[in-house]
Ligand binder design. Structure first.
Ligand SMILES: [Mn+2]
Length: 401
């Protein structure tokens, strides 16, 4: 059977100030067409269906319409919620949707279950593991180092203090591991697929994701997925494998930040009746790519970079003098410029903030000179140095007014 794996559609997302609605609609059309051409039997969408917990109505309609078209073509569809989705709003009718061949799961409700798919070449066990917030777990779920942890625990009496302590010990790893192992114990088909939304250790983050991870998602070990034949992951926006070839992130279908200047793709998994897989990727050829252009404004306007005409552009201007109307001037050549950053040549913002190692021995005037050089790109000239000497000695003797 053929499975197509995608994730992180983030419907409703903006790129800076620009709506991505048209690009997301183009992707949906492209994707439905692809699944038809590829004769996919099962489509899995590994979370972050929407960009925010309360998604715009037009995004909900786009998602529904896309799933409906896939179902109409005879494809089974499975989707889980990610950390961006409001699970309670996205998946409350999951059990009803099962009847249509659309398996949608979110939150803790049905976690640990196995869905039997009867494919053309035999049965498949499907395990849906949505993003699980450890703080929202039911008591007794995913608590490490207790004999009673597990989805069926909770019958024994524990006092309030112990409950709080157990809650504190729960992690993303412990709740996901509990859910995955509960499902693994119920596998009976000769092959299985897990779908999860998590940050698996060893995965490569891009600039844009680091914030998200620090903000909410702890790491989980890839060994959680050992029991499953193929694991379709969502959360990281760059396509990649983690641990083994059959544990894989599809990445987003579109570039959602300037750090995503890599190719976007969906994953095609061919699985034989015994569960042996052959995995390949197909490049997504709709949507706007991104690029970062660096130079003075005159350079960027004069030596027009042809790749920038079509793409979302981040311009890093190295002019040492003030640049007026940079965005509108750049837009005459790069119509999709969405970010302009000033980074005057020779100045290194990172060097200016790196803490010196010998700070205890440093005299104030030396610290001032170093700071000047780090932020301006060259040592202070005589006039500036006089000012620095006056300022630092005044600060020491307390004569500053
Ligand atoms: Mn995401």
């Amino acid at each position: 059977m053929r499975i197509i794996h995608t994730s992180d559609w983030h419907l409703g997302r903006q790129f800076g100030p620009v709506s991505l609605r048209a690009d997301q609609e183009a992707f949906a059309d492209w994707f439905v067409e692809l699944c038809r051409d590829q004769r996919a039997e099962l489509v899995v969408i590994a979370g972050d269906l929407y960009d925010r917990a309360i998604a715009p109505v037009e995004s909900i309609e786009l998602f529904r319409d896309t799933v409906r078209r896939l179902l109409r073509d005879g494809t089974t569809v499975a989707a889980i919620t990610g950390n961006h989705d409001g699970a309670d709003r996205v998946a409350p009718h999951g059990d009803l949707l099962d009847l249509s061949g659309f398996y949608l799961r979110g939150g803790y409700d049905a976690v640990g279950g196995v869905i039997r798919i009867d494919a053309s070449d035999g049965p498949l066990d499907l395990v849906l593991l949505p993003f699980l917030d450890p703080q929202a777990a039911p008591d007794g779920f995913g608590e490490p180092a207790t004999a009673t942890s597990g989805p069926d625990a909770g019958a024994e009496h524990v006092d309030a203090e112990e409950l709080v302590d157990r809650r504190r010990r729960r992690t993303h790893h412990s709740v996901l591991d509990t859910a995955a192992q509960a499902a693994a114990a119920k596998l009976t088909a000769p092959r299985s697929v897990a779908v999860a939304h998590a940050f698996v250790s060893g995965g490569a983050v891009s600039e844009s994701e680091r914030q998200l991870v620090v903000g909410g998602t702890g790491e989980v070990a890839s060994s959680i997925f050992d029991p499953f034949g193929y694991t379709a992951l969502g959360h990281l926006h760059r396509p990649q494998t983690v641990g083994r070839a059959d544990v894989r992130y599809s990445g987003t279908p579109l570039a959602y930040s300037f750090s995503e200047d890599h190719e976007k793709s969906v994953v095609v998994v061919d699985m034989d009746p015994a569960g042996t897989t052959e995995v390949s990727t197909i490049r997504v050829d709709v949507g706007r790519q991104v690029c970062t252009l660096t130079g003075t404004i005159d350079e960027l306007l004069r030596e027009a970079h042809p790749e920038g005409r079509d793409r979302f552009v981040r311009a890093i201007l190295t002019d040492r003098d003030t640049v007026l109307d940079a965005r509108s001037r750049l837009a005459t050549i790069y119509p999709h410029v969405v970010e302009v950053r000033l980074q005057p040549a020779g100045r290194d913002p990172l060097a200016a903030t790196a803490p010196p190692t010998d700070v205890a021995d440093l005299q104030p005037i030396d610290a001032a000179r170093r700071f000047w050089e780090a932020s301006e790109g060259s040592p202070p000239d005589q006039d500036i140095d006089d000012i620095l000497i006056a300022a630092t000695s005044a600060a020491i003797t307390g004569t500053a007014s």
